[in-house]
Design a binder for this molecule. Structure first.
Ligand code: ADP
Length: 319
């Protein structure tokens, strides 16, 4: 990797005899979005806290470098290079959004005029100009998160840690936050994102690592991860037992469910494959009552890798 923003080798952390991180290797190129995925309690926040110097890793850990700085010997330089927005917001509800921003500018030792200019720019960029006049306690969740991120950016960090940035947000605010993160990365920043939302990692991340039982269970692009698990299928459901029987006998490679009167056929779900299946059903005079296409998604990967988790509803698209 020519220009790594974050590297960690053999990252370890235990609390007493509870091993939280059990030798985690990470490598995040600059200017990309990296997503650390994992079920609750997997150790995502612990990893972010270590990488952002809030807690120390176990001594047995290997080298960690952030923005080119060694975390063990130069934590000050690491802190100057990064911004962190956590699940627990740094926003003070008693003062206005603008006052929160100016306070942040003071903490970063910006001059008065520079602080005002930076605050105004960020408030404008995050569509917070109106809201900034009101006390932050009056903000909705989405507005508060935007302000929190704007405050993080006052110091112009090149590496931004976002710990579950959209947990609890409504879909519109979530999309809004995704857009902001994309723009930051287009501007050259590196984003290290933890999330429980597979859709979020799929949308944003160039590279995804799945954390489970203290180890990286798999990593790669969303597409690479999706290729790790068995492919998709088409399911046909029938109400007429005779139609079901004739289809079951005639179709090759089908898995039968005689109770549900449904047939599962392996399929990549492409238009061509679907058309040939539908043509075949037509020519055989068979009419299914329902046809659903299931393509593997990150949910499948996640649940296949994190065995202790219980899957949600199967994701199927009715066509
Ligand atoms: P995640 O962010 O993936 O939900 P965390 O990093 O918050 O997971 O926690 C991972 C595990 O470490 C959990 O089992 C949690 O209870 C434990 N843990 C976190 N912080 C501490 C602490 N200060 N003392 C003891 N156990 C902790």
């Amino acid at each position: 990797m020519t220009n790594p923003a974050i590297t960690a080798n053999g990252l370890r952390k235990s609390y007493g005899d509870k091993v939280v991180l059990d030798g985690v290797d990470l490598a995040v190129p600059a200017g990309t979005v990296f997503s650390l995925l994992g079920p609750n309690g997997a150790g995502k926040t612990t990893a972010v806290k270590i990488l952002s110097t809030l807690i120390t890793p176990d001594p047995a850990s290997g080298e960690i470098r952030i923005g080119g700085h060694d975390l063990a010997t130069d934590p000050q330089a690491v802190r100057a290079a990064i911004g962190v927005t956590g699940q627990f917001s740094a926003v003070d509800g008693l003062i206005t959004g603008e006052e929160n921003m100016l306070l942040m500018a003071d903490l970063h030792h910006l001059s008065r005029s520079e602080g005002r200019r930076t605050a105004a720019e960020l408030l404008e960029r995050f569509d917070l100009v109106e809201a900034a006049k009101r006390p932050a306690s009056t903000y909705s969740g989405g507005v508060k998160r935007r302000l929190d991120l704007a405050m993080t950016l006052v110091g112009n960090p090149r590496i931004i840690f976002l710990d579950e940035p959209t947990t609890g947000l409504d879909p519109r605010s979530r999309h809004n936050m995704w857009q902001i993160i994309r723009e930051l990365v287009t501007g050259g920043a590196t984003a290290f994102l933890t999330t429980q939302y597979l859709e979020e990692a799929d949308e944003l991340a160039d590279h995804i690592a799945v954390l489970n039982n203290g180890k990286i269970a798999a990593q790669g692009t969303a597409d690479e991860l999706k290729r790790l698990i068995p492919g998709g299928h088409v399911r046909l459901r029938f109400t007429d037992p005779t139609a079901y029987q004739s289809a079951a006998v005639a179709l090759r490679e089908v898995t039968r469910n005689d109770e549900a009167l449904s047939l599962t056929i392996p399929s990549g779900g492409s238009q061509r494959e679907l058309r040939s299946l539908l043509d075949w059903l037509d020519s055989a005079g068979i009419e299914a009552d329902e046809l659903t296409v299931h393509t593997p998604d990150l949910d499948d990967v996640f649940f296949a890798l994190t065995s202790s988790s219980v899957p949600n509803q199967p994701k199927e698209t009715v066509r």
